[in-house]
Design a protein around this ligand. Structure first.
Ligand code: NDP
Ligand SMILES: O=C1O[C@H](COP(=O)(O)O)[C@@H](O)[C@H](O)[C@H]1O
Length: 526
């Protein structure tokens, strides 16, 4: 990319125009740099025949369409992949995945039909000129049909593709499908994880993409950053006086960030075996949550200020020691014909991360993720230190814990010791509970992808991973990953449907976590 064109694109991305797109995010009110534009918008889903496109990308686009964020007079959606399909063939593939519970209503069917009519399919390969020339022609036809002025149209390319084809696809987009940006138009690309396999491959990929697009045009998506309770973390920490004095090594003993799934790698064994649970979940999703839980307050909500703080925090993470890691592999994992018979790939991992900074020195952060476990949930568990001077002799009952349940049943609850109601002066464990289903009845929590795609259209990179952030994330995990790849660390077998290897619980208690016995939080029912 010529430098003048590159700077022109940056400039156009910071234009602020009036918009027909709805905008109600609080970041808009607090001096966000996100753009508000109108004009022709072409959304291109590359890999449209695939699993992610069908299950996440098209449904997210449909929900945005239903809410009026993708006005039919401005927006057209293109699916692109190698598979030979007609427009109707693609529509039939995705139709059944668009519902969110109200499928029976005629209003819903009407919305589905209108949405599907906005979709066109173009077939072509990922590295040949013809397919992308054809794609450009179709996009241009759409832009002309909307009387869009050259230079004012917007083109969003969503790469729902294996990362191995990112470089060739990006080259083709750059060569054939770029938009002029002189009237505020833009070209943006969204790339999925896994972004590389280790530090050097990620850096190589970043360099390849960096030659073609500038950082303002690249949206590295991590869908955990679009989850409601993840988006709430900065508000919770920095808009509540209550937490400010408590959120540090003086008060907090340990923090867990946990991801559990109650199913295995079904249907994705080939992909998973190459990557494993650390690359699939911990290095990206859990690490992003970790940043938001522990980073310092950004000077504003501008995307660069937030991402600067994340990078600074990640740079203070100490190298991970082998004795701070437990790996597991569920029994039966290798029965999948797409998985190597002598696979050393972990499907479970617990890693204790330690921070070298003033706030967190000595506080272990325990990142845990596993497939084929006994439940499906993701949560953050902040365990406070014991109360000094235990006059109620209640220490053994449990410590205060602040739990943020990301999914399912979004909630925040604080485990407290209270007086047992009645005549006796005895204590029990209870909770202050904010359960979203109960507190926000009738409010639909948007899907992560829905929010993040809207951000890409608005040009808000706050919830996307910056290149230097990605680099530090890989720096933290690459030495450990290489030791696993070389077979120096081996996963311990565990039974599907269990808690994972018992060694992980032993590591947890070595790190200082004290389990509360005889208490369990039950999500309130309506
Ligand atoms: N599926 C999921 O739940 C999630 C996926 N992701 C990420 O999203 C991206 C897409 O995932 P997913 O949809 O599952 O992937 P798929 O394996 O379904 O691939 C998507 C499409 O890419 C094309 N494709 C597949 N393999 C190759 C190949 N080796 N070379 C060229 N083209 C290929 C196929 O289209 P055709 O042959 O028609 O061209 C396929 O339909 C990946 O980066 C993945 O890691 C991230 C989070 C969750
Ligand atoms: O990125 C991925 O995430 C899913 C879990 O996402 P969730 O939103 O359902 O928690 C995981 O199943 C998959 O292995 C991984 O690639």
């Amino acid at each position: 990319m010529g430098s003048s064109e590159s700077s022109q694109v940056i400039k156009s991305d910071s234009f602020s125009e009036t918009s027909s797109l709805k905008s109600d995010s609080f970041t808009d009110r607090v001096e966000s740099e996100s753009t508000l534009e109108s004009g022709c918008l072409s959304i291109v889903v590359l890999g449209a025949s695939g699993d992610l496109a069908k299950k996440k990308t098209f449904p997210a686009l449909f929900h945005l369409f239903q809410q009026g964020f993708l006005p039919p007079n401005e927006v057209y959606i293109f699916g692109y992949a190698r598979t030979k399909l007609s427009d109707d063939g693609l529509r039939d593939r995705i139709r059944g995945h668009l519902g969110k519970g109200n499928e029976a209503s005629s209003e819903f069917s009407e919305a589905v039909s209108k949405f599907l009519q906005l979709i066109k399919y173009v077939s072509g390969s990922y590295d040949s000129d013809e397919g992308f020339k054809l794609l450009d022609k179709e996009i241009s036809l759409h832009e002309q049909s909307k009387n869009s002025h050259e230079g004012s149209s917007r083109r969003l390319f969503y790469l729902a593709l294996p990362p191995s084809v990112y470089p060739s696809v990006c080259k083709m987009i750059r060569k054939h499908c770029m938009n002029q940006s002189d009237l505020g138009g833009w070209t943006r690309i969204v790339v999925e994880k896994p972004f590389g396999k280790d530090l050097s491959s990620a850096e190589e990929l970043s360099a390849q993409l960096g030659e073609l697009f500038n950082e303002q045009q690249i949206y590295r998506i991590d869908h955990y950053l679009g989850k409601e309770l993840v988006q709430n973390l900065l508000v919770l920490r920095f808009a509540n006086r209550l937490f400010l004095p408590l959120w540090n090594r003086d008060n907090i003993d340990n923090i867990q960030i946990v991801f559990r799934e109650d199913f295995g790698t079904e249907g994705r064994g080939g992909y998973f075996d190459e990557y494993g649970i650390i690359r699939d979940i911990i290095q990206n999703h859990l690490l992003q949550v970790f940043c938001l839980v522990a980073m310092e307050k950004p000077i504003s909500l501008k995307p660069e200020h937030i991402r600067d703080e994340k990078v600074k925090f990640l740079q203070s993470v100490l190298p991970i020691k082998d004795e701070d890691v437990v790996l597991g592999q569920y029994e039966g994992y290798k029965d999948d014909p797409t998985v190597s018979k002598d696979s050393n790939t972990p499907t479970f991992a617990t890693a204790v991360l330690r921070i070298h900074n003033e706030r967190w020195e000595g506080v272990p952060f325990i990142l845990k993720a596993g497939k084929a476990l006994n439940s499906r949930k993701a949560e953050i568990r902040v365990q406070f230190k014991d109360v000094p001077g235990d006059i109620f002799k209640c220490k053994k009952q449990g410590r205060n814990e602040f739990v943020i349940r990301l999914q399912p049943s979004e909630a925040m609850y604080m485990k407290l010791t209270v007086k047992q109601p009645g005549l006796e002066m005895s204590t029990i464990q209870s909770e202050l509970d904010l359960s979203y289903r109960q507190r926000y009845q009738g409010v639909t929590i948007p899907e992560a992808y829905e929010r993040l795609i809207l951000d890409t259209i608005r040009g808000d990179q706050q919830h996307f991973v910056r290149r230097d952030e990605l680099k530090v994330a890989w720096e933290i995990f690459t030495p450990l990953l290489h030791r696993i790849d070389d077979g120096e660390l081996k996963p311990i077998p565990y039974k599907p449907g269990s808690r994972g290897p018992k060694e992980a619980d032993e590591l947890l208690s070595r790190a200082g976590y004290v389990q509360t016995h005889g208490y369990i939080w039950i999500p309130p029912t309506l």
